[in-house]
Each structure stands twice: as structure tokens, then as C-alpha cells.
Design a protein. Structure first.
Length: 476
């Protein structure tokens, strides 16, 4: 690189308080230099000094000021007086799908550090009998929905720079799981550096920065910047059905939810489940000074977590499962001015392997040594018109794969997939062998291509062979 260009970059980094990034420049090879420059290029430096001041050197107050009240939710199933409204909503949602106005969006850009799986989380094999990867389950559900509604249902998959190539290769290797490849659209989210506690960008090696995806809140700007939003508009999409890659029970499209969203003229709707316990580690839907929003479990004052309403039920019971319907026009409006749009940053203190910026020696920390920042999609809810929150049944729709073992792990997700399959079968009138303690005495998997829900399964009851005790059964 000409020395003038080098000096310019150096002066720029010095201006932002990050000149150490070039410390090892003299000893780098040409390829390493190019790699370092590419990383530097990825960073939006302008907002960094302020961000470092407030969120890295400073600790933003997590104290939630204002009046916190429970949020109104729509029930998962229509009670008597709502039956007609729900029927109408389901019809409307079906119509939107059939008219080609719905796109599916899966966020799959995360690093999956807690799971510890090498590779994009969507490639993780989860189904209990056939060991299908998460991506395959969703692909099959989308394929089944395309057939059911005779609609295209384009699928937008958000990746991050760290897993984009691997993710796309995975789809190629599996021939897009029989989906038309032009209807699977990948787009990549932005990254943000990790910082030392005194605000220096960390180096992963002498020629790479520690860069992390900017959180699922990054979806909004990534949709705009990648051209995916434009692509949606070109296809006539008006509403996005959003969910996370690590929830194998997620339904990629739900006519009732989409219909309720549309009827309420909501710009961003959400699904919630009843919390498993007062302190469950999920985001809580609340009204903060009258506005619907999600606050993290750690930010809900403990007294409120334990509060009961006049019916003796948990007052703050609506837990977020990160399933949303978003209007394309809403994303358009929010991101119209790319440079000024920002969701709030959230700070996490983490252990990050890096190199010493002076000696280049590798640091494997025992204690958190780094600050990572990310944005959350749910912070867009208070910016939306008429946001609604719909209850969903956890056992039907939520069992995330977050950890290697224990709670919210592959083991619990597989267990919940089997329990759901057993329930659907029994609802259809098929006998499921049970153990004395009530658990199914069989490992059962229902392919999304066979049935997307209990009703579809019931329609195909005659094709289902008896479930044998103690055996693995695949219904597909
Ligand atoms: P999590 O917040 O659980 O993070 O993501 P993660 O990266 O999967 O796992 P950990 O925290 O490192 O263990 C929830 C969902 O949001 C997506 C993830 O892929 C997952 O589907 N996500 C998260 C993104 O797409 N981008 C991000 O920057 C963060």
C-alpha cells in the first residue's frame, strides 16, 4: 500500500482513539495486511467514540424509569366471544399468504457460543429420529406451506460475515432442501468490534479484529443495506413472518397470527408465552409509560416479577419468544434514513480470546475481559403503530436450543418435539404408548412435509401406522 494511504488510515484510526490496530503492520505479509484492512473497512468508526464513552467505559444505567404495567395480550385460542374475530383473522391471514404478500425471515447470524457447536447453528442436527438440521425443518415447513397455500413464500435468511459462506454452502450441498433457490435469499448483517474495558478495539490476531454480529436488531438495517427490502417490495411482500433459527418448534407461517396482526393494523406484532416461573430468563412484555415493549429479565424489578394480579395470577407473565410479524412498510419507514436510524445498544461482558495490542501475545482470559455490544429486534416494538401481543402455547411453539446441556438445550428441544408429536397423534385419535409416568414410550418425529399442525395430521390419520412401544417412528 502506498505510504500516503497508510498514513491516512493511521491518522483516521488515531482520530478515533484506535491507532493500536496498526501496531503490527510492519511485520505483516501482504495478505495479512489486506485482511486487516478489510476488517477495518467493516467498522463504522464515526459513532464509536460516543458509544465507547457511554457503553464501554461507562455503564449505561439499566434502571428502567417510568411506569411499568402488564401488557394486554390476545389469547392463544379464541374464547367464546372471540371465536368469530379469530375465524375472520385466520381467513385474512390465509388470504395474505395466498396473495403472495408474506415472506418468511429467519435470523441465523448469531455465534451460538453457548451451544458450542462448530458451524452455523442452523446446521445443527436436531430432529429426534432423522436428525434433520434446524434449517431443514424450516425449509420443509416452508415447502409444505407453499403447497398448502399455492404461494411462493420467499425465505430470507440472515447470516453474519462469520457464517455466511458456510451457511450458503450448506444450502447448496442440500440442494436447498427442494425449495426453488431463487426463493431462498441470504442477506448478511453488520458487525461491531469487541472492546477492552478501557475502550480499545480488541485484536483477534495481529491482522484481524474481534468482530461480532451486531445483534438481531441488526436485521432492520441489514434488510435495507443488502437490498433484501427492495427485493421484498419487488415481490409484493407486505408482511414479514420473523423467527429465530434456534427454535425448532417455530411455525414459519401462522395464518391466525398474521391475520390478527393485519386486522389490528399493527406494524409489528409479537408472540408471547406464559412464563415458566417468575424469574425465567426471557424478555418480558410490559407497558412502559403506556408503550408496549420488551424488557430483559434482568431489568424487570424483582418485586414486579413476583407480583400477582387480583386473580392471583402472575401479573408480568408474558415472556417473549422472538416471533414477530413486521410490516415491510414499517422497516422501510424506520430505516429510510440509514445514517440516523439506531436501536439502543445492549452491553454484555464476555471472555474473549485476543492478542495483546503491544506484544502480540495470545490472551486466554479466565475472567470477562471484553465488552460486546448488540441491538435487539424487540426494541423496534415501541416504534411501531398499534403493536399487539398474542399468546402462544409454549408446548406448541417454543423450545429453543441455546445451551449444550440442561435447560434450553438440544435434549429439551428434542423432548418437546416428541411430546408435541405425541399430542398431535392423540388429538388425531392415534394411540401413543405411554410410560407409567405419562411420558411417550416411543421416539416420534412428524415431518413438516407430512403435517404442519394437529389438524393436518388428523386429516391424514389413515396413512399413519401404529406407534410401537419403545421404538423410533418417523411419520413422513
Ligand atoms: P441469541 O441471542 O440466543 O444468540 O440469538 P446466539 O448467537 O444464537 O447464541 P449465544 O448467545 O452466542 O450463545 C437468538 C437468535 O438471534 C440470532 C441467532 O442466530 C438466533 O437465531 N442472532 C443473534 C442473529 O441473527 N444475529 C445476532 O447478531 C445475534
Amino acid at each position: 500500500m502506498p505510504s500516503q494511504q497508510y498514513e491516512r488510515i493511521k491518522a483516521r484510526l488515531t482520530g478515533y482513539g484506535q491507532p493500536h490496530l496498526l501496531h503490527f503492520w510492519p511485520e505483516l505479509s501482504d495478505t495479512e495486511r489486506a485482511s486487516l484492512l478489510a476488517d477495518i473497512e467493516r467498522v463504522a468508526f464515526e459513532p464509536l467514540p460516543k458509544l465507547v464513552e457511554t457503553h464501554v467505559r461507562g455503564h449505561p444505567s439499566v434502571h428502567i424509569g417510568g411506569r411499568i404495567e402488564p401488557v394486554d395480550t390476545l389469547p392463544a385460542r379464541a374464547d367464546g366471544k372471540r371465536a368469530e374475530q379469530y375465524e375472520e383473522a385466520r381467513r385474512r391471514g390465509t388470504e395474505l399468504i395466498c396473495q403472495g404478500r408474506v415472506a418468511v425471515l429467519t435470523v441465523a447470524g448469531g455465534q451460538g457460543t453457548r451451544l458450542g457447536y462448530r458451524g452455523p447453528k442452523g446446521c445443527f442436527e436436531i430432529s429426534p429420529v432423522r436428525h434433520k438440521p434446524l434449517f431443514q425443518l424450516f425449509a420443509e415447513a416452508i415447502l409444505a406451506a407453499r403447497r398448502r397455500y399455492a404461494a411462493r413464500l420467499p425465505w430470507y435468511v440472515m447470516t453474519s460475515p462469520g457464517n455466511d459462506v458456510q451457511t450458503q454452502k450448506f444450502f447448496e450441498a442440500h440442494r436447498f432442501f427442494d425449495l426453488p433457490r431463487e426463493d431462498v435469499i441470504f442477506f448478511t448483517q453488520g458487525v461491531i468490534p469487541a472492546f477492552s474495558h478501557d475502550g480499545l478495539i480488541l485484536l483477534e490476531s495481529k491482522h484481524n479484529l474481534v468482530l461480532s454480529p451486531d445483534g438481531h436488531g441488526g436485521t432492520l438495517l441489514a434488510l435495507r443495506r443488502s437490498g433484501a427490502l427492495q427485493d421484498m417490495k419487488g415481490r409484493g411482500t407486505t408482511v414479514i413472518s420473523y423467527f429465530q433459527v434456534d427454535n425448532p418448534l417455530a411455525k414459519p407461517v401462522d395464518p391466525l397470527f398474521l391475520g390478527l396482526h393485519d386486522r389490528a393494523r399493527s406494524e409489528m406484532s409479537s408472540k408471547a408465552v406464559s412464563k415458566a416461573d417468575d424469574l425465567e430468563r426471557v424478555g418480558n412484555f410490559v407497558r412502559l409509560d403506556g408503550k408496549v415493549q420488551v424488557i430483559e429479565y434482568s431489568d424487570l424489578p424483582e418485586e414486579l416479577s413476583h407480583r400477582r394480579n387480583d386473580k392471583g395470577l402472575r401479573a408480568f407473565d408474558a415472556g417473549s419468544i422472538a416471533i414477530h410479524a413486521l410490516d415491510v412498510a414499517f422497516v422501510e419507514r424506520l430505516t429510510a434514513d440509514e445514517s440516523s436510524f439506531a436501536l439502543p445498544w445492549h452491553r454484555a461482558d464476555k471472555k474473549v480470546t485476543c492478542v495483546d495490542p503491544h506484544t502480540g501475545k495470545r490472551i486466554e482470559p479466565d475472567e470477562p475481559n471484553a465488552v460486546k455490544l448488540e441491538t435487539f429486534i424487540f426494541d423496534a416494538i415501541p416504534l411501531a403503530r398499534n403493536p399487539i401481543v398474542c399468546q402462544a402455547l409454549r408446548r406448541e411453539e417454543f423450545s429453543p436450543v441455546k445451551n449444550a446441556t440442561g435447560v434450553d438445550s438440544a435434549e429439551t428441544a428434542r423432548r418437546d418435539m416428541v411430546l408435541r408429536a405425541a399430542r398431535w397423534l392423540e388429538q388425531a385419535g392415534v394411540d401413543v404408548p405411554r410410560l407409567p409416568d405419562g411420558r411417550p414410550n416411543a421416539v416420534i418425529e412428524i415431518s413438516p412435509l407430512f403435517a404442519l399442525d394437529a389438524e393436518m395430521l388428523a386429516e391424514r390419520k389413515s396413512e399413519i401406522l401404529p406407534i410401537r412401544p419403545g421404538e423410533s417412528t418417523y411419520i413422513g
